[in-house]
Design a protein around this ligand. Structure first.
Ligand code: GLA
Length: 407
């Protein structure tokens, strides 16, 4: 009897948890949607339309321009790739835009040391109206993705009911596990339920998804970045504990390299997403990106912080009347990342503070580095007063670690 119960419990846990061991640190890579949307006009715009050419060219850039070696290994297809289903119900890519099929693209990505992600939608249709994965197709589609050697699935939620989602997301998680192929699972489920309890159960979500969208789609503007940040900060008590190795909140793609952000705002998005332990999915044209934007996205210390093995999501810890906010992310070996963020729109602001004021452990002395300038920081004790100069809509980011206990 006891044996039977244990076996049953083991089976139940197997079904309910996503034990795929993937994404112990936030995923990094490239995702088509924000920059390339649903441009399917390959006749007039062959370089930028959603087609195998676009993904192969971006894969080449990821492999050849240093991205892959820094950790940007996912190349992810979003909406508008589907052509239909064959007579047996199997998904098919659009034959004109993906003439060699998705398995070919996966092989191509793998040959370059990359991983291929794909998109589907739990419902009648994807958000752009392509055939979706209805509940009866969940297993079949999971098997198709595994056969193609897909490495990540983003499962969207347009055209589904709350009931279908409550059933379908756990079902897809189990179906992916059952294929035996490690496929990271990106869920949009919480975003379709308003992102908050009681409708969203983050314990359950973290058990079945590797990452999940909580909130609105990002658009190419600073206003959009701020609205997402505001929502994440407002609900940090709920969101922060939900994240950890293997399961991440996803505030959506990086806009860096596109049209909407200034230099300061680009650095700010990179720094803020990093303290939030967010996935780093670029969505920009890697064929034409400027050296300045490459520097932001390829900053090795930012990436090291984003990929810290403890996987603790940071929080806003301080907000001043002068529109300066401070974020802190605890890192391994007692280190911390600090982001001083200015919402001001006038001139560079001289912000005075101390670690004491920011509630750092008192008995330690810190040293470290200014992440974007490389300036060295030494002898910072809890009561040491310091000044950081923060540009409008910009950040100063510090990496700090304790040197010794004060006598
Ligand atoms: C939704 C998602 C976006 C993108 C589009 C595609 O809006 O939130 O990230 O995948 O659908 O249609």
């Amino acid at each position: 009897m006891l044996e039977k119960t244990v076996l049953l419990l083991a089976l139940v846990t197997q079904v309910l948890t996503l034990e795929n061991g993937l994404l112990r640190t936030p995923p990094m890579g490239w995702l088509a949607w924000e920059r390339f949307r649903c441009n399917i006009d390959c006749d007039h715009d062959p370089k930028n339309c959603i087609s195998e050419r676009l993904f192969m060219e971006m894969a080449d850039r990821l492999a050849q321009d240093g991205w892959r070696d820094l950790g940007y290994v996912y190349i992810n297809i979003d909406d508008c790739w589907i052509g239909g289903r064959d007579a047996k119900g199997h998904l098919q890519p659009d034959p004109k835009r993906f003439p060699h099929g998705i398995a070919f693209l996966a092989d191509y990505a793998h040959s370059l040391g990359l991983k291929l992600g794909i998109y589907e939608d739990l419902g009648k249709m994807t958000c752009m109206g392509y055939p979706g994965t209805t509940l009866d197709k969940v297993e079949l589609d999971a098997e198709t993705f595994a056969e193609w050697k897909i490495d990540m699935l983003k499962l969207d939620g347009c055209f589904s009911t709350a009931k279908e989602r409550a059933h379908g997301y756990p079902k897809m998680s189990a179906a992916l596990n059952a294929t035996g192929r490690p496929i990271a699972f990106a869920c949009s489920w919480p975003a379709y339920e308003g992102g908050l309890p009681p409708k969203v159960n983050y314990t359950l979500i973290a058990n079945i998804c590797n990452l999940w969208r909580n909130y609105d789609d990002i658009q190419d503007s600073w206003k959009s970045v701020l609205s997402i940040l505001d929502w994440f900060v407002k609900h940090q008590d709920i969101l922060q504990p939900a994240a950890g190795p293997g399961h991440w909140n996803d505030p959506d793609m990086l806009l860096i390299g596109n049209f909407g952000l200034s230099f300061e705002e680009s650095r700010a998005q990179m720094a803020l997403w990093t303290v939030l332990a967010a996935p780093l999915f670029m969505s920009t044209d890697l064929r034409t990106i400027s050296p300045q934007n490459i520097d932001i996205l390829q900053n090795p210390l930012v990436i090291k912080i984003n990929q810290d093995p403890l996987g603790i999501q940071g929080r806003r810890i301080f907000k001043s009347k002068s529109q300066i906010e401070v974020f802190r992310r605890p890192l391994s070996n007692g280190a911390s990342a600090l982001v001083f963020f200015s919402r001001r729109t006038d001139i560079p602001y001289r912000f005075h503070s101390s670690l004491l004021e920011l509630n750092f452990p008192e008995s330690k002395e810190y040293e470290g580095q200014n992440v974007f300038t490389g300036d060295v920081i030494r002898g910072l004790k809890s009561e040491t007063n310091f000044t950081v100069i923060i540009n409008p809509s910009g950040v100063v980011m510090w990496y700090l670690y304790p040197v010794r206990t004060q006598e």
